[in-house]
Design a protein around this ligand. Structure first.
Ligand SMILES: [Zn+2]
Length: 636
C-alpha cells in the first residue's frame, strides 16, 4: 500500500476494442448521452441553472417531510457532464461539447462572488445555504459537479468548469473544518469526499485531500452536527424523517463502523472515499475499517448479482442475509458505487477477490440498469418479477440514469493498472493501452470475446526489450485456467487472484489465457431464507435469469431444475444481437389436483420442459413478463 503499488490506467488512455463493451459504449455515445441531455432539459433541470432569474416553479412537490428532490438537480447535471466527458474521450463530438459549454456558461454566471454555487439555494433560498446539510445535498451536488469538471478537463483540456469548481472548493474549505468560526459539518449524502480525492490527484493540491479527510473523520462525532443543525433551524432533531443517523452512516465515527448500514449509495460512496484516503495517506487503520465493512457487505448483505440494499424504505441495508428477490431494491446507483469501491479496494491490495466483486457488479447489478437500446432504465433491480417491472424513460430522481452511463462510458478505466514494475489486467473483453514501465513504452493489446468466451490473447510490444511483471487476473469463478507465452504453456501460479508472468518481454510476444466457462449452479448461504431450495446460474462473470420471453407457457416461477440436469451454453444469434444462453432439461410444476384445489394433499406434477436462461443484465428488454434469478431446484 504505497505509491509504488498499482494504479488504474485512466479511461482516457485505454481503448475499448472488444465487441461486448464496444457495443455498450456505442449505445451510450449515440443514444444515452444525447437522450439524457434532452431529458434534463424537459425536466427543467437545465433551466434551473440559469441564474439570476425568478426561480422556476417547484416541479417536484415537497413531500410530507417538506423535502423536494429538486434540491439535488445540480448533481444530475454534474453526472451528465461526467458521463458525456468519458464518452468524448472515445469520440469527440462538437454537439455534445457545445451542450456542456452552454451549461458551463450558466454555472459560471450563477456562481456567487464568494465562490458558492448551488442553483437551488442561489435561486430560491440564498440566505439559507449550509443550514440543512443532513437533507439538502449541497456538498453532494458540489461533489458531482466537481467530478464532472475533472472529467471534462481530462477529456478536452478545457478548464473553465474546473476553475469554477476550484473556486467553489476554496469556499467550502473556508466554511468547513475545525478552526474557530468554521462549521464542523459534513454532507448527509457522502460524495464530495471522493470527488476531492480526484481533484487532489489531478492538481496535486494537498488541501483537497485534507478536506476529504476532514469530512470522513468528522462524520459521526459527538456532539452530533446534524442534531445541532436541526436545533439551529428550530427543528426537533427527534423528528428526523429517517429516524436514525444510521441512514447516512453518521451514527458513529466512520473508523468505528464494522457493519454497513443505512442508505446503500451513501454507504458505498463513503467506503470508496475511505479506501481512497487509506491509499493516499498510507493509513493502515482506515484500511482495516474498509476491510471490515467489505467483509460485512460481501459475506452477508450482497445479492448474487452484486446488487445492494434490499429495502425501499431506506433505499438500503436491513439486516444480514435479508435478501428478498421480488422486492429487492438493489438500486442501480448502489451496484455502480460497489464497482467504485471494489476498484479502490483492489488498488489498496492487489487481491483478485476485489476484482471479482467489481466484475460481478459491472456485468450484472449495474449493467441491468440500462436498457439494450440505451434510453430506458431501472432504478430498482429486483431478482424476481411477475411481469410488473418495466423500464422507465426518466424518473423524478434520475440519479441512476447518469450513474450507469458514466460507468459504461468509463469502463476502460477499470480494465488495466500499471506500476513501475509491471502491468495488471483486471478485466478482459478487448482493451488496449500503452503503459510506461521502467521508462520504456509498452503497447498492450488484449483481445477476446469476453464475457461470452474465455479465450484471451494479449500482445506485448515494448519499444525495447524489458523485464516486467504481467499480472493476469484469474477470476474466482475460473477453475482450470491455463496460460501460454508464445505458444509454450506456463505453469500457472495464482497468487491472490493473479497469475504473475515475469520475464523479459520483446516486441511481438503473445500471451494466451484460457478461462473455461462451464455453466455453474450457485447456492445461497442457508440463512438467506428466500433462496432455500433454489439455485442461481452463472457462466463466467455473468449471472443468469429465466425470463418468460424465452420460456413461454406460464410464469417462470413454475419452472424448476432437477438437481442432476445438465446445463449447456448455447449461442443464440436471435436473442438481441447475439447472446450466450444456458439451456437445460427442466421441469414445469403443474397442479396435482385437476379441480385447482389450493392446498391438495399431494405434490405438484413435474412435467419435462426446456429451461432457457439469459444473462441477468439483459432482462426486461422485450415483452414484459415474469423473471427470476433463483430457480427452484427439484430432486428429479
Ligand atoms: Zn440511483
Amino acid at each position: 500500500m504505497t505509491k509504488r503499488s498499482y494504479s488504474p490506467v485512466p479511461f482516457s488512455e485505454v481503448a475499448v476494442t472488444g465487441p461486448f463493451w464496444r457495443e455498450r459504449l456505442d449505445v451510450v455515445l449515440a443514444r444515452t448521452i444525447p437522450s439524457q441531455h434532452a431529458r434534463l432539459a424537459e425536466a427543467h433541470i437545465l433551466e434551473a441553472l440559469k441564474l439570476p432569474q425568478p426561480p422556476p416553479p417547484l416541479y417536484i412537490p415537497r413531500n410530507s417531510h417538506n423535502f423536494t428532490m429538486q434540491v439535488f438537480w445540480d448533481s444530475d447535471v454534474g453526472k451528465w457532464i461526467e458521463a458525456a466527458s468519458y464518452a468524448l474521450a472515445h469520440r469527440r463530438d462538437p454537439d455534445i461539447e457545445a451542450k456542456v459549454d452552454a451549461i458551463v456558461d450558466d454555472l459560471d454566471r450563477a456562481q456567487r462572488p464568494d465562490g458558492y454555487l448551488n442553483s437551488w439555494y442561489n435561486g430560491r433560498e440564498p440566505d439559507k445555504r449550509w443550514t440543512n446539510l443532513r437533507d439538502n445535498h449541497e456538498l453532494y451536488n458540489a461533489g458531482h459537479l466537481l467530478e464532472g469538471a475533472i472529467a471534462y478537463f481530462r477529456a478536452t483540456g478545457r478548464r473553465r468548469l474546473l476553475d469554477v469548481m476550484e473556486r467553489y472548493v476554496d469556499h467550502i474549505a473556508a466554511t468547513f473544518g475545525t478552526a474557530p468560526g468554521q462549521k464542523r459539518g459534513y454532507c448527509g449524502h457522502q460524495e464530495i469526499e471522493l470527488a476531492l480525492v480526484k481533484l487532489y490527484r489531478l492538481t496535486g493540491d494537498k488541501r483537497r485531500l485534507d478536506l476529504a479527510s476532514y469530512f470522513i473523520d468528522e462524520r459521526g462525532r459527538q456532539p452530533h452536527y446534524f442534531t445541532g443543525e436541526a436545533l439551529a433551524r428550530g427543528d426537533d432533531p427527534a423528528d428526523y424523517w429517517a429516524k436514525t443517523y444510521e441512514y447516512n452512516q453518521s451514527h458513529i465515527p466512520v473508523r468505528e463502523q464494522t457493519r454497513m448500514v443505512g442508505h446503500a449509495v451513501r454507504g458505498m460512496y463513503m467506503a470508496s472515499a475511505m479506501a481512497d484516503l487509506a491509499f493516499e495517506r498510507d493509513d493502515e487503520a482506515l484500511k482495516r475499517a474498509c476491510e471490515a465493512l467489505w467483509r460485512d457487505v460481501t459475506t452477508a448483505q450482497m445479492y448474487v448479482t452484486g446488487g445492494l440494499g434490499p429495502s425501499e424504505t431506506n433505499e438500503g441495508f436491513t439486516e444480514p442475509y435479508d435478501l428478498p428477490n421480488e422486492s429487492a431494491y438493489a438500486e442501480t446507483c448502489a451496484a455502480v458505487a460497489l464497482a467504485f469501491w471494489a476498484q479502490r479496494m483492489l488498488h489498496l491490495d492487489l487481491d483478485g477477490a476485489y476484482a471479482d466483486v467489481m466484475e460481478l457488479a459491472l456485468y450484472n447489478g449495474a449493467l441491468s440498469g440500462l436498457s439494450r437500446e440505451g434510453s430506458h432504465y431501472f432504478y430498482a433491480n429486483p431478482l424476481e418479477s411477475r411481469g410488473q417491472h418495466k423500464r422507465w424513460a426518466w424518473h423524478l430522481c434520475p440519479c441512476c440514469t447518469m450513474n450507469v452511463s458514466r460507468l459504461v462510458a468509463s469502463i476502460a478505466g477499470y480494465a488495466i493498472s500499471a506500476s513501475e514494475s509491471g502491468v495488471a489486467f483486471h478485466l478482459y473483453g478487448g482493451f488496449e493501452t500503452t503503459a510506461e514501465i521502467g521508462g520504456v513504452k509498452v503497447a498492450l493489446s488484449e483481445r477476446s470475446d469476453y464475457p461470452w468466451h474465455g479465450g484471451v490473447e494479449i500482445r506485448v510490444e515494448p519499444e525495447t526489450p524489458i523485464a516486467f511483471d504481467l499480472k493476469l487476473r484469474i477470476p474466482g469463478w475460473a477453475h482450470s485456467a491455463t496460460v501460454a507465452v508464445n505458444g509454450a504453456p506456463v505453469e500457472l501460479v495464482v497468487e491472490r487472484g493473479y497469475a504473475n508472468i515475469r520475464r523479459r518481454w520483446s516486441r511481438g510476444d503473445i500471451v494466451t489465457l484460457n478461462l473455461p466457462m462451464p455453466p455453474e449452479r450457485l447456492y445461497a448461504h442457508p440463512r438467506v431464507r428466500m433462496d432455500i431450495g433454489r439455485v442461481a446460474l452463472r457462466r463466467g462473470p455473468l449471472i443468469y435469469c429465466v425470463e418468460e420471453a424465452d420460456n413461454p407457457g406460464a410464469a417462470v416461477q413454475s419452472l424448476t431444475l432437477p438437481r442432476a440436469a445438465s446445463l449447456e451454453a448455447e449461442w443464440r444469434a436471435d436473442v438481441f444481437d447475439g447472446a450466450m444462453t444456458l439451456v437445460g432439461e427442466g421441469r414445469r410444476l403443474e397442479p396435482a389436483d385437476a379441480r385447482g384445489a389450493l392446498y391438495p394433499p399431494s405434490q405438484p406434477r413435474l412435467k419435462a420442459d426446456k429451461v432457457t436462461a439469459i444473462p441477468y443484465h439483459l432482462w426486461a428488454n422485450r415483452e414484459p413478463g415474469s423473471m427470476q434469478v433463483w430457480i427452484g431446484e427439484t430432486v428429479e
